[in-house]
Design a protein around this ligand. Sequence first.
Ligand SMILES: [Fe+2]
Ligand SMILES: [Fe+2]
Length: 326
Amino acid sequence: MVTTGKTNTLTDNYLPIYLEALRIDSIVDFDLYIRIGDDLILYRASDLPFTEKTRATLLDNNVDRLYVPSSSQERYQTYIESNIGQILQDRSISEPTKAGIVYDSTKLLVKDVLANPTLSENVRRSKSMVESSVSYIIKGQEAFHNLLRVMSFDYYTYTHSVNVCTFSIAFARHLGITDEEKLNHLGTGALLHDVGKTKISDRILNKRSGLTLLEMELVKRHPQWGVELMRETDMIPEEAYFPIIQHHERFDGAGYPSSLRGNDIHEFGRIVGIADSFDALTTQRVYQPAVDTYPALKIMFKQVSSFDRKLLEKFAYLMGPGGAGR
Ligand SMILES: [Fe+2]
Ligand SMILES: [Fe+2]
């Protein structure tokens, strides 16, 4: 074992990663720690090679998780994003692990986007990650099923963004949309649908009790702000703006910002509107406990005039036992 004997207590400063994500034919230029009991020990320093032997020794010892210190997380993220295509195609990596890798790294990516939404590089990275996710999800039901298993349902906007993107791609595929470019545009818009919330303070977003009228007005501006932020980068295709501007429009005209009705709402707006409402219900919020799939769908059917009924029925099928289930 290559160690310096340096030990660290397991804290939030270390990111758990999958050993299987590390390819021996690539440059693994970040420190790797291993967990022993309650401690994390430096296993391999960034300047040493990551060899087949290193990997085999770990696998022999049933180690499937390693840890990357926060100082190296950016390098780890760059590594994953540039290798995600090969990782998802690698037959030696188990399907649940692939789902875990793609989900975790998309979350980290969206964290960066929300911290700096007008940085072109962040938007480019989002588009590229969506392309990998689309080709992974459309391969079959199993990918979506595994993604559902690794999903988290906390109140963070970055988690919500990745969930809505995943639901939207799988839902569009289920509706018979097979054109990859179209799915990429939908996925990009879905991933960025709430980017306008970066202009609203956490104090308002996480408020427990009712919002004041003024606060409500501010919250309702986030679709338009999202569009403006993305226009500044000029990096996303026109179709990807529909999920951002229309995800709060409602089929009966009761939504915002433009009170659009029925099919005046673009198909992408209707798809992401359903995915967004569903994830909002199944996610724990400061002001509301999470509900399960079935009760969430039941609540949505009670407000069926808000949605395109045919689409909602198909979504319910996708999420129910006949589809991927949860
Ligand atoms: Fe929203
Ligand atoms: Fe949302």
